[in-house]
Design a protein around this ligand. Structure first.
Ligand code: TXA
Ligand code: MG
Length: 318
């Protein structure tokens, strides 16, 4: 075992918290059975205690042990998409402590598609409860340096991994009700889910107050600068108008050209929505470092990963 990995496992066994890479975003992990460490996760993030954590597993046996009354279609989803960016909200077994689920009878579970993440779970000897490795309300970090800037001195260790390949948090699906329902859009689309379970209900948007997933009602994903979504049909005029103001601008687009202007200090032109998703949060952090006042972002299309992008961008700009 790599020395860093055994050190991380030792910290987890001693009730510490460890930030680690996954394919979606970095997580801030505690050993599932350590109430002390789980509380520390909430404290380090400044997370409201009514917002439950996701339990990360390395094996299907761990998944089984954490749940009860799992419908066979839930198994089918796990089999089809794990390891991968899909989280299943299931009825919980006795094995899941209350602090992890914020008192709910259900537990959110996923198997990350990242070798280091799964190696850490195996080394810890049990599942790892982990939210994204950001302070509450902030964007989720997808690069080691961004995690370090957010959590240095607060997490007991930050495991170095590469950049997250997906870049947005997992798709969350509630499998405790029929039909199954998407609670948070992510990289795995409703079309992909329906190829396995045909009647999965699409994400309905964040209805205030009616949020079934506690996390969806809190402020989220907001960088220190103002984020403004610009529709493609208004792009040229809108961006030009912004460049005439004495503000430091950042611009992210994936179909539209970015004009030359002295006050654009951050420009990123992505090749398609998936690349846009992959680099969105690192773009937010970079905009902060470059002291951008206003970050102009192209509105995504409401399909595939575009739905998840739209969700994160709407919250970031709200
Ligand atoms: O990709 C991801 O999911 C990342 C990586 C680290 O795995 N994790 C992540 O965790 O995004 P977090 O805590 O930032 O988001 C978890 C979401 C929240 O919206 C939370 O409210 C919801 O899942 N959730 C957790 N447990 C739930 C439950 N029992 N019922 C409904 N929603 C739940
Ligand atoms: Mg989060």
């Amino acid at each position: 075992m790599k020395p860093e990995l055994s050190q991380a496992a030792r910290i987890l066994r001693r009730d510490g918290v460890v930030a680690f890479p996954t394919e979606t975003v970095y997580g801030l992990g505690a050993r599932l059975s350590s109430e002390r460490a789980v509380r520390k996760v909430y404290r380090v993030k400044g997370r409201p205690s009514d917002n439950p954590l996701i339990v990360h597993v390395a094996t299907f046996q761990q998944f089984r042990a954490l749940t009860r009354d799992l419908p066979k279609e839930a198994w089918a989803l796990a089999a089809a998409f794990w390891p991968g960016p899909l989280t299943l909200v299931c009825r919980k077994s006795q094995a899941v402590p209350e602090t992890v689920t914020a008192g709910l009878e259900t537990v959110a579970i996923r198997m990350p598609n990242h070798r280091l993440a799964r190696a850490l779970i195996r080394a810890a000897g049990e599942p790892i409860a982990a939210p994204s490795a950001n302070r509450s309300g902030r964007p989720s970090p997808t690069r080691f340096d961004d995690v370090r800037n957010e959590l240095e001195g607060r997490a007991d260790l930050i495991l170095r991994g590469g950049d997250s390949r997906v870049g947005l948090e997992s798709t969350v699906v509630d499998v405790t009700q029929r039909p199954f329902r998407i609670l948070r859009p992510g990289f795995i689309s409703v079309e992909q889910l329906r190829a396995v379970v045909p009647d999965v209900r699409a994400w309905k948007g964040a209805v205030r107050g009616a949020a079934k997933s506690p996390g969806m009602k809190h402020r989220h994903y907001q960088p220190a600068c103002k984020v403004v979504m610009v529709r493609p049909e208004l792009w040229q005029k809108s961006v030009r108008d912004w460049t005439r103001r004495s503000l430091r601008l950042g611009v992210l687009s994936y179909t539209q050209a970015i004009p030359q202007a002295a006050n654009i200090c951050l420009r990123r032109r992505f090749r398609g929505q998936e690349q846009y998703a992959r680099h969105l949060y690192s773009g937010f952090f970079e905009a902060e470092r470059k002291k951008v006042d206003v970050l102009l972002v192209e509105s995504p299309q409401a399909q595939g990963v575009g739905l998840a992008l739209m969700d994160r961008l709407s919250r970031a700009s709200s």
